[in-house]
Design a protein around this ligand. Structure first.
Ligand code: FES
Ligand SMILES: [Fe+2]
Length: 423
């Protein structure tokens, strides 16, 4: 439970809210699939932290990321023409290159040169990595780029997609951190997704124990499900501030990793990224990957809702009577999205009654609120320090035999022991 003012401080990002200011200044944000921008192709609208931008790729491959409003009189540059070395506003024809520099001012004569030298569209640093495009929206010098393992792999090893979710980004983070819902909400899907053994554990063991370890990037949250024979099913997730959640994959032994990223579009909308990669072998990872469906998945809208509150987002009651648990039969992630959206644009956390299984969420909220406080005090918030080893972050999901605990393998101490032994 949070007081109303703390809830606002946690959730709100637009209009210069403290959380928005921190995210803008200290972290890179993924914003688009890299493939969406073709050289010389059309500009794409981007909305982040309540502000509007456009992004495009020039004919020679440079990526532009600039404010959406034309500096002349504010027309949306999402409407602009793509013209090889830049984009041209359709109102009076001002033309901008990838860095926001004015190349042409056709509605002026003698003054054109002066305008070109003095007016510029505000542009922001961009990176292409891990099949995604990333931007930094802050001022001064850019923070360190989070060089996660997948950002160093060729795109043939990566499936990356996203979908727009009409609710606040923190609901997205809380959803991906919450292991306790998996055996219930996803009951009808996990029978198809995971090996029989772990599926039955998650469906039959609805009460779990959360254990934690604080890390320089955030939190290692371990969902422990004790089993009758004394063994334990452990799901090791890594919450990396501010919006990354590494999820244990049942195929982790085969090199597969899964990450959700809940990027705040504004106070009431989130761009939810799903990244699945295999560091051992190249694809194919892009056919229904992770969604357990035979239908092709649109990577730009991987889980679109069928309606809104008025039709319960398309919940299929007939399917429920026939045995489907939730009534959302399109895609497993639709189930997650619907429950988050149904809480409202920003859930009122002053009214909740938390269970012990919500412990991971409580920790994550605290870390985010502490990070805002640190940023306000002029300190680098968690996950933004140079010391973080982003490449080493890997979630997992395993059954540990009786007598073994996750701390033996997955704690900082165990990792340091392994590092020492291999050097
Ligand atoms: S508003 Fe863009 S050129 Fe006039
Ligand atoms: Fe889920």
């Amino acid at each position: 439970m949070l007081k109303a003012d703390q809830n606002d401080r946690l959730a709100r990002v637009a209009n210069n809210a403290p959380m928005g200011r921190m995210l803008r200044q200290h972290y890179w944000m993924p914003y688009l699939r890299a493939e969406r921008l073709t050289p010389g192709g059309d500009p794409v609208r981007v909305r982040l932290l309540g502000s509007d931008y456009i992004s495009f790729r020039t004919g020679d491959g440079q990526i532009g990321f600039i404010d959406q409003a034309c500096p002349h009189r504010g027309v949306s540059l999402a409407l602009a023409r793509a013209e090889g070395d830049g984009i041209r506003c359709i109102f009076h024809g001002w033309k901008f290159d990838a860095t926001g520099r004015l190349l042409d001012v056709p509605n002026e004569n003698e003054s054109a040169e002066r305008t070109k030298n003095t007016v510029r569209a505000r542009h922001y640093p961009v990176r292409e990595a891990g099949a995604l495009l990333w931007v930094w929206l802050g001022e001064g010098s850019a923070p360190r780029f989070p060089d996660f393992e997948f950002t160093t792999l060729p795109t043939s090893h990566i499936y990356a997609g996203y979908t727009e979710v009409p609710c606040n980004w923190v609901q997205g983070i809380e959803g991906t951190l919450d292991s306790a819902h998996v055996g219930l909400l996803h009951r009808s899907w996990i029978s198809k997704l995971t090996p029989t053994s772990t599926r039955s554990i998650m469906s039959n063991q609805l009460v779990l124990r959360y254990e934690f370890e604080h890390r320089p990037y955030g939190l290692r949250a371990v969902a422990v499900r004790p089993m009758e024979d004394g063994s334990e099913y452990v799901r090791i997730g890594d919450y990396v501030l501010p919006y990354y959640m590494f999820i244990g994959s049942s195929n982790s032994a085969a090199g597969e990793r899964v990450i959700f990223i809940s990027v705040p579009v504004d106070d009431g909308n989130t761009l939810l990224f799903f990244v699945r990669y295999n560091f051992l072998e190249a694809g194919p990872l892009n056919t229904g990957a992770g969604f357990q469906t035979d239908a092709p998945i649109d990577p730009d809208h991987f889980a679109t809702l069928r309606g809104d509150a008025r039709n319960n987002w398309g919940q299929d009651r007939a399917a429920m009577r026939d045995g489907h648990f939730s009534g959302f039969t399109d895609n497993i992630i639709t189930e997650d999205i619907v429950v988050q959206v149904s809480m409202g644009a920003i859930v009122d956390r002053s009214k909740e009654h938390l269970s012990p299984s919500d412990a991971a969420i409580v920790q994550a909220r605290r870390l985010l609120l502490d990070a805002v406080q640190d940023a306000e005090a002029g300190k680098l918030p968690l996950g933004a320090q140079d010391t973080v080893d982003f490449r080493a972050i890997r979630a997992d999901a395993r059954i540990l035999p009786p007598g073994e605990r996750w701390q033996d393998h997955y704690s900082l101490a165990a990792e340091n022991r392994r590092k020492a032994a291999s050097t």
